[in-house]
Ligand binder design. Sequence first.
Ligand SMILES: [Cu+2]
Length: 131
Amino acid sequence: MRRLTTTSAARAAAAVAAITLALAACGSDSDDSDDSEPAADEPAEAAATDAVEISIEGFAFSGATSAAAGETLIVTNNDGSAHTLTATEGEFNTGSLDGGASAEITLPTEAGTYTFFCTIHPTMTGEIIIG
Ligand SMILES: [Cu+2]
């Protein structure tokens, strides 16, 4: 019983190895002939995705009020106290930022007006329009 199981496992492993090799060979072939994939040295797309910034100072948010879908948002806390920038519906969140700290978050890809607040000081609120 035990020996039979071992033999089956060994056969299965050999079969998987053979399939993996076949797939690897196939994948390498198609990579050589596939020109539709964007080249790594295309700077245009990366440059189009700028980051927007919001800073926190005096227990208030200031800075960007709009952004492109999926854009990077850089949040900098210039206060002595820790703050967060947290979407009201939870789509994005910096987590707690100590005084002087900053964080980069990715904004939602769905267009709309997103409100946010500081979970430590819920009276701190703001909004950003994405789209
Ligand atoms: Cu706060």
